[in-house]
Design a protein around this ligand. Structure first.
Ligand SMILES: Cc1cc2nc3c(=O)[nH]c(=O)nc-3n(C[C@H](O)[C@H](O)[C@H](O)COP(=O)(O)OP(=O)(O)OC[C@H]3O[C@@H](n4cnc5c(N)ncnc54)[C@H](O)[C@@H]3O)c2cc1C
Length: 331
């Protein structure tokens, strides 16, 4: 690891001051960043610790009922928050499903959204992959068992790694991005950068910008959500398929829904074809299976990951059922 300066920001203004250095990098929990530095894939000359900025760690409700979550709130705090567990269940489930208790106690939600992909070619300094400045994607024709089945035709076939991103997309979250004294609010769907737009980055953040908070819209009692992560092994593991479902219900009828897939594409992947199947219908196991089939119509598996299509189908239909409060194995 190369030598670097370390700045403990006491407040947001101090963090921006430290970030003036062009090779400075934000450190939140450091779980992802330090891995990348050890591998020599990131070599900042200065690390700016934002875990020490009190105004970035909070969970609070505003007068309109929207929930605001500070960017350095840990995944453990989100998973344990009673209002998130009841009103935004998919987010609490997604945060709880990440890694191990030790990691969740340190990792922040902002860092979770901004973590870099887990592709083994990208993560190793021994490979010159497209995302690291090489001229082609090594996974596309190489080892691609865990890679994308959607959005994989633009050169790079990584999958988006953040579980909380999947839930936050389905829950229609907004993100607040600050730069010095200015800040702007964007819909989370506009945060991501596809390989087609720029293969070297995953989000729109500029070097001197900080993701400061996440805003969840006030929900009606009739809104229900669920997140499920399918792993290859029982103990802690990355997902091979994860899904978040949000349903707006009117009695037994679903009036609108959001279905978002993780570990499926280079960005969190919304499946509108499946949402259409549910619209204005009563959710049943049969309907959930039809929606899952519609979700997979445009899948484009690579040489080693066709198995992901039936796995996603099963995970999507079950998650729809769980969101609706019905037993997926009843029929
Ligand atoms: C064994 C293991 C298993 C894991 N399993 C999962 C899993 O199943 N699901 C999952 O989602 N994740 C998983 N992870 C990843 C882990 O959750 C992330 O690495 C972690 O959430 C990153 O958060 P952090 O606060 O440590 O970020 P850091 O490592 O500090 O930062 C990550 C990146 O985000 C940037 N950054 C951080 N905060 C901000 C901010 N507020 N504004 C702008 N930029 C910022 C940093 O500059 C850096 O580039 C796993 C990790 C390990 C080691």
């Amino acid at each position: 690891m190369k030598k670097f300066e370390y700045g403990m920001a006491k407040n947001l203004a101090g963090a921006f001051e430290f970030l003036k250095e062009s090779e400075a990098k934000i450190k939140a929990g450091g779980i992802d960043l330090l891995d990348l530095m050890k591998e020599g894939l990131e070599s900042p000359t200065r690390l700016v610790n934002i875990r020490t900025v009190p105004e970035l760690s909070f969970i609070k409700k505003d007068e309109k009922g929207n929930l605001h979550i500070g960017a350095t709130t840990t995944l453990a705090e989100i998973a344990a928050h009673s209002e998130i567990q009841t009103r935004y269940r998919a987010l609490a489930q997604a945060a709880k499903a990440v890694a191990t208790p030790q990691i969740r106690n340190v990792a922040t939600v902002g860092g979770n959204l901004c973590q870099r992909p887990r592709c083994w070619y990208f993560r190793s300094a021994d490979f010159n992959c497209l995302r690291n400045g090489g001229d082609h994607c090594l996974a596309d024709e190489g080892e691609n068992k865990y890679h994308a089945i959607f959005g994989n035709q633009d050169g790079c076939v990584v999958v988006h790694p953040s579980g909380t991103a999947v839930a936050l997309m389905a829950l229609d979250a907004k993100l607040v991005i600050a730069r010095k004294k200015e800040s702007r609010e964007i819909h989370i769907a506009d945060f991501w950068v596809t390989p087609e737009d720029d293969v070297t980055r995953e989000n729109i953040l500029k070097h001197d910008e900080i993701l400061t908070e996440i805003i969840l819209p006030a929900t009606e009692k009739s809104t229900t959500s669920y997140y499920f992560k399918q792993k290859e092994k029982q103990s802690f593991d990355w997902p091979i398929a994860d899904v978040a479902v949000v349903l707006e219900m009117n009695g037994k009828k679903c009036t609108a829904s959001k279905i978002v897939l993780g570990s499926a594409a280079p960005v969190p992947w919304r499946i509108e074809k499946a949402e259409q199947v549910l619209k204005d219908k009563q959710i049943s196991v049969t309907l959930a299976r039809q929606a899952a089939a519609a979700a997979m119509v445009d899948a484009n598996p690579l040489s080693q990951n066709a198995y992901k299509v039936p796995v996603f189908s099963a995970v999507i239909y079950r998650t729809i059922c769980w969101a609706a409060g019905i037993d997926p194995f009843a029929a």
